[in-house]
Design a protein around this ligand. Sequence first.
Ligand SMILES: Cc1cc2nc3c(=O)[nH]c(=O)nc-3n(C[C@H](O)[C@H](O)[C@H](O)COP(=O)(O)OP(=O)(O)OC[C@H]3O[C@@H](n4cnc5c(N)ncnc54)[C@H](O)[C@@H]3O)c2cc1C
Length: 448
Amino acid sequence: MSRAVEKFPFWTNWNRNLTFRPEQLARPDSLEALSRIIVGAAGEGRTVRPVGSGISYTPLVQTDHLMLSLDAFSGVERVDAAAGTAVVGAGTRLGTLARELARHGLALANLGDIDRQTVAGAVATGTHGTGITIGSLSSQIVAMTIVDGTGCVRQLDADRAPELLRVARVGLGALGVITSITLKVQPAQPLLVEREGTTLAKLLRDLDTLVRANRNFEFFWFPRHGLAYSKKMNEVPGRRPAGGVLQRAKRFANDILVENALIWVACECVRRWPGSRQRLLDVGGHLVPNETMVLEPHRAYATPRLVRHYEVEYAIPYGRASEALGLLDETLARHPVKTMFPVEVRFTAAEDIPLSMSQGRDVVYIAVHAYRREDYRELFDLCEDLFLRLDGRPHWGKLHSLQSGELRRRYPCWDEFQAARAALDPAGVFENGYLRRVLGPRPAPAPA
Ligand SMILES: Cc1cc2nc3c(=O)[nH]c(=O)nc-3n(C[C@H](O)[C@H](O)[C@H](O)COP(=O)(O)OP(=O)(O)OC[C@H]3O[C@@H](n4cnc5c(N)ncnc54)[C@H](O)[C@@H]3O)c2cc1C
């Protein structure tokens, strides 16, 4: 057995809704070792699943055979400020990357609401932030190195393999193991962050203006109660980011006390006394602070998420955003919603990546959450029925009920992905049950 491969007792994801026992965990530390592992597994008819930070809710990484950690492929390999690019190891955490770029005076165009994911894991599921003019992290990829299902190392870039690069930007770990990614980066501009308590009705009145007038706009809304709060972020070149004790105290108050401790206490209260929800939200409306601060980009986007929960998130055509939110409000008004987690609403730009949730259209992302000790199924089924009627596409890393037939109808470039899957993984070394469910059977490779 290679020293890069070890026995592994069991594995569980961040939310602990997925636990299984891979036969082995491999941590290759070179392209050669990685390639050998894949060739060896394929030869023995075993399967391999790459894992990032293990944050996805869906069983994308599940395997009975070999799990691959890319921890040894971590760190920023090269920064080219003039070209606006950074070459990054696949296992680098997004937060580490953002902090390292900040040391060079650079930043990513955007980030989601946590930064613990690995770069490869994040792009594999089309991870996004918010901003109607900005695409997902996958849209920022300039080049990638992957090891395919035959053990072959492939450089994907605009000159050598532009079509494969386009497809592999959101690959679900089904096309190969990414070892490094070249991402676009930009000069780090301070961001003016404005948080404000409001109501869904007010937000819906001006939705398009708010979305278009702010670089990054999102909001959180508590269903069956009008309470909402919005977060706007805009670049303010030349402004000095806040520092010092006051700023740290304000961030702690918002990020840990309001967005975690308060939510956890509220979830536990409602679990014990379901009738308390309305009253808690009435009181909560007075506790959400309105605040404004200037932050460096690597401190502005993400917030720690400490309360475990379930989540379903769909991307719906942006043109239907108000209709979708209005219908969700009406639907949930008829449902005895107990969750104290808010619905999260974000916006991103269209992109040309076959399996991107925003392929070909600007989208509104609507995410519904439930505390991990709640039964979320009825609530999520109801929301999914609505999102599907509105031509939605589920987030690849979050809970959903769709199978390949239904997904195929929602992705116009589906067959391009399947052709790449057949070409890059001819023996099915990266298969698992979940990929068979969402992608369907692997097509036969095209004749040479
Ligand atoms: C609290 C929380 C907050 C979140 N916030 C956001 C958000 O703001 N925006 C958003 O879009 N999503 C969000 N997500 C979803 C999350 O970004 C995705 O699930 C992401 O894929 C997790 O990254 P990971 O590194 O944990 O990857 P994993 O969950 O470990 O793996 C995800 C996929 O990546 C593949 N993969 C991992 N490494 C490689 C590799 N080297 N080569 C090829 N494939 C690989 C895996 O095989 C798998 O298919 C959130 C999830 C949680 C739980």
